[in-house]
Design a protein around this ligand. Structure first.
Ligand code: UDX
Length: 434
């Protein structure tokens, strides 16, 4: 198969590279010349374990290439994937489809022969219909079947998620596209990685329904964690006791500072809007959007309590800025709100993150960035773990104690057992430990 992918962001790049690894001929296209230039020089625009090795292997085999020019690869393609960004619109939280529609117009004038156009970007229900209309208007003779094939990959585990997915969802209204999409995913073992064929609107909604459900699970366990703190219970044991019920499942039951990232905050908001627009509001999701927002700032109050109630003039060491480990992404990271709330309370902050500092510097220039854990601990009145990087999982508490002004650890990811840290002479607080 010849495949063109428009957009080399997280989803586009990982999908393109993995599809070439399946054996297809893939061209990844992006308007940003610098990004394509870097990819062609073998430099990675994102941090994702295993991606660089997979890119060089497939570039060397001649199956993967990068370009800024859409016309030729799209003309030759059997399948064109749109994987451009769909950020939240500032005005109303709806998904901003400007980039998707602009890509569709360009594709419409470049396609030759029957072509399957697939949205990989997360797009609201009905976007496929609108794409069909745009293509018919831009290029009435173009023979294009519009398909929805949402991507469920997680940052940090993106390659494994793409090549060994729990499922692939493909939605279409044109039967000709079914065989083409079946061929795209033919290298997957269908028993272990089923491809579900459905209508286009169903596929579009499935993605939002799945992400919002996971966000709901997180918001729920986070509220249970708060209750644990009030009634003297332990949320980790509650999670275990709940999660071993296979109907519930153990994943996404780790209480923490609230969810972040490029998907959950955006997709929950977009689902809320779509549901309201169709006069079928989903109040559960409306509620968790608010719960998650207020939770992040509430974490700063936890820090305030741990240092005795007043942060003015205190130095707080921040460990972890990215929204989760194994990524350099700080988009919607809980750290952004927590840091702001701590600054508002008068704290001086020194921070370290293994991969997130370049992005963090742009969004939070006022932080004092350090190059390792020890420098963050130096003179600090408290350390706060915001992201559970593996570098933070075996801290040398004796050393940290000697470096800090006062030994206080607020572990917002429950990496440590309270008794172990307290035995080292620290004041310790986690999440959901009553
Ligand atoms: C998510 C979905 O998992 C993925 O299927 C979709 O395609 C994109 O959105 P991602 O945003 O990469 O992926 O991260 P994920 O691992 O799902 O974590 C999202 C947020 O939830 C993070 O902030 C993470 O720290 C938080 N989280 C996750 C918890 O707080 N506790 C958990 O138990 C799991």
């Amino acid at each position: 198969m010849r495949i063109a992918i428009i957009g080399t962001g997280y989803v586009g790049l990982v999908s393109g590279v993995c599809l070439s690894d399946f054996g297809h001929h893939v061209t990844c296209i992006d308007k940003i010349e610098d990004k394509i230039g870097r990819l062609n020089r073998g430099e990675m625009p994102i941090y994702e374990p295993g991606l660089d090795e997979m890119i060089s292997r497939n570039v060397a085999s001649g199956r993967l290439s990068f370009t800024t020019d859409l016309a030729q690869p799209v003309a030759e393609a059997d399948v064109v994937f749109i994987a451009v960004g769909t950020p939240s619109r500032k005005s109303d939280g709806h998904a901003n489809l400007t980039y998707v529609y602009a890509a569709a117009r360009e594709i419409a004038s470049a396609v030759r022969g029957f072509t399957v156009l697939v949205t990989k970007s997360t797009v609201p229900v009905g976007t496929g219909d609108e794409l069909e209309r745009i293509i018919a208007e831009a290029s009435p003779k173009a023979d294009v079947a519009v398909v929805s094939n949402p991507e469920f990959l997680r940052e940090g585990a993106a390659i494994a998620d793409f090549i060994a997915p729990d499922r692939v969802v493909v939605g279409m209204n044109d039967v000709r596209a079914r065989d083409v999409m079946a061929a795209v995913y033919a290298p997957l073992d269908a028993q272990r990685h089923p491809v579900i064929f459905t209508t286009r609107r169903t596929a579009e909604l499935t993605k939002y329904a799945a992400n919002a459900f996971l966000a709901l699970k997180l918001a729920y366990i986070n509220e249970i964690a708060d209750l644990c703190e009030q009634v003297g219970a332990n949320v980790q044991d509650v999670s275990l006791g709940m999660g071993l019920d296979t109907r519930i499942g153990q994943k996404f039951l780790n209480a923490g500072p609230g969810y972040g990232g490029s998907c959950f905050p955006k997709d929950t908001l977009a689902l809320v809007k779509t549901a309201q627009d169709h006069n079928s509001p989903i109040r559960l999701i409306e509620t968790i959007v608010g719960i998650n927002e207020t939770r992040k700032r509430a974490m700063a109050r936890k820090v305030e309590r741990a240092v005795g109630g007043d942060l003015r003039g205190k130095t707080v060491g921040i460990l972890g800025l990215t929204f989760k480990p194994d990524t350099d992404d700080i988009r919607e990271s809980p750290a952004l709100s927590i840091v702001q709330a701590l600054l508002d309370k008068g704290a001086h902050l020194q921070a370290y993150d293994p991969e997130g500092i370049p992005a963090a510097r742009q969004m939070m220039p006022e932080l004092d960035y350090k190059s390792d854990v020890d420098s963050v601990a130096e003179g600090a009145d408290a350390l706060v773990i915001i992201t559970e990087w593996k570098q933070f999982q075996h801290l040398d508490f004796d050393k940290l104690k000697s470096l800090m002004a006062s030994p206080v650890l607020i572990d917002l990811r429950n990496i440590y057992k309270a008794e172990d840290v307290r035995a080292k002479g620290f004041v310790y607080d986690g999440v959901g430990h009553g």
